[in-house]
Design a protein around this ligand. Structure first.
Ligand SMILES: *Cc1c(COP(=O)(O)O)cnc(C)c1O
Length: 456
């Protein structure tokens, strides 16, 4: 076996070489699952092998199935890439192998989360007193925060849901956009609230909830145990729900406002764009991702709550063997007990870009999305949404043709985009959320799409 330092150097070399190549390799690799199965499915070995052979075997097996989603021309979903400094920090953090459950298990992990949490709230212009749980992503963060919401609105009605459960409790009411992200529904299912509790509010042409309708819903049921779910960044169009007046009205009737800002909440970090999220700080809880627009490596999300006691009452726990573990645990703010020390990579990403760098990245992605949409429109493609953030939707005529163009673009390999259904029509969905995407990447991708469309 080669020595340990050489092994880890080799691992870092592989990661660096891959990231270098991600700039130029074809973006949309057709998945060859058979090749991958041949590489991974082997007879379970009875004896192990040397670590360097393990590394060689993994690279050989995985390489044919890697997707260049970290590269600059991947516009699928809302993916983001990963910053170099944050990725290097994550590699080192893996080497440290810290358990981020409690301060006694890793004081460094705790203080990194504490400090990164202070920075996050500052950047996102949220209350300095809020708690920040470092979760796996927005799905987990939303689940935690809707658990906190459930705890609070029921406690206000004399019901301790943690002890008594939901059977026989006052009925919960969830007011949410008809265009909410599907993860809201999953969280409601998991929490026993159920999707039937949802009152849907309709949206405008760009997918933002109608303020008037939302306010009327709150006013019509002033005594109900209500949770309002607002969205900052519609997953198709980037549209932002009305915030200030809805938050004020919710406060007046004792409703909890949760904001799903998986990517869009990062708009708050841009002095040029933060007028779009005016009033967002008045909500009770916010879920957002590090692994999308902040370009932190997977996985990284934040559960931010304006009510610290309720946050830990809803998801924290204690046990005899944990007593004297050093006070408040990071694990009390999320759903995992033993966990990765997620604060290091976020702290590193913010240090790498700084306040101005983060604002620039957000502004640049929005500008590039507009440029992408404009170039396609000039080439005769219909852009159906108002490009308010980093998301654009393109139609190539009818549904079949749009799907055919998406498929052909994916095969051509210059860039990768997915499809969606918007208001009953198939659309090509464009999301610009990678720190390394340039104007040249946009122009090259738009040219490739127009060329493919001409032939389709
Ligand atoms: C991506 C996304 C989510 C889910 O976030 P994960 O990090 O994938 O769990 C929720 N809401 C919106 C608006 C999103 O874009």
């Amino acid at each position: 076996m080669r020595d340990r330092r050489e092994l880890f150097r080799q691992a870092a070399d592989i990661a660096a070489a891959y990231r270098q190549s991600a700039v130029e390799r074809p973006v949309g690799r057709a998945p060859n699952l058979e090749t991958l199965r041949k590489g991974f499915h082997r007879e379970l070995p009875s004896r192990g092998i040397a670590p360097d052979q393990v590394l060689d075997s993994l690279v050989a097996a995985a390489e044919p199935g890697l997707v260049s989603s970290a590269g600059p021309r991947y516009f699928g979903f809302v993916t983001g890439g990963s910053l170099d400094g944050a990725t290097a920090a994550e590699i080192v953090a893996t080497g440290w192998d810290q358990n981020g459950f409690s301060p006694v298990m890793s004081p460094a992990a705790m203080i990194a989360e504490e400090a990164a949490g202070v920075w996050l709230k500052d950047l996102l212009r949220l209350p300095a007193t809020a708690t920040v749980g470092f979760a796996t992503g927005t799905q987990q963060a939303t689940t935690i925060l809707l658990a906190a919401a459930r705890q609070k609105v029921l406690a206000d009605r004399g019901w301790n849901v943690g002890v008594e459960g939901l059977a026989g409790s006052p009925r919960l009411r969830v007011v949410a956009s008809a265009e909410r992200h599907a993860t809201i529904d999953r969280s409601l299912r998991l929490l026993g609230i159920g999707t039937a509790a949802i009152t849907e509010v309709s949206t405008d042409d760009n997918g933002a909830t109608l303020e008037k309708e939302m306010l009327a819903e709150l006013d019509a049921h002033r005594d109900a145990a209500t949770i309002v779910c607002l969205q900052v960044g519609n997953v198709n169009t980037g549209a932002v729900d009305p915030l200030r007046r809805v938050c004020e009205a919710a406060r007046e009737v004792g409703a909890w406002v949760h904001v799903d800002g998986a990517f869009g909440l990062w708009t708050a970090a841009s002095p040029a764009l933060n007028y779009l999220v005016d009033g967002v700080d008045l909500a009770d809880s916010w879920s957002t991702d590090g692994h999308k627009w902040l370009n932190v490596p997977y996985d990284s999300g934040y559960a931010i709550c304006a009510h610290p006691e309720i946050h830990s009452a809803a998801v924290g726990y204690t046990a005899a063997y944990l007593e004297g573990a050093g006070g408040a645990s990071m694990g009390d703010l999320v759903l995992d007990s033993s966990r990765r020390a997620r604060g290091f990579a976020t702290w590193a990403a913010i240090l790498e870009l700084g306040r101005d760098g983060i604002a620039d990245m957000v502004d640049r992605c929005c500008e590039l999305a507009k440029r992408f949409a404009r170039t396609l429109a000039d080439g005769g493609v219909e852009i159906v949404n108002e490009v308010v953030l980093n998301q654009a939707l393109a139609s190539f005529g009818n549904n079949d043709r749009t799907d055919a163009v998406i498929k052909a673009v994916q095969e051509e390999g210059t860039c990768w985009l997915g499809g969606t259904t918007w208001r009953g029509r198939r659309m090509m969905r464009i999301s610009v959320s990678n720190w390394s995407t340039t104007e040249e990447d946009i122009d090259r991708s738009a040219r490739a799409i127009l060329d493919v469309a001409r032939k389709t």
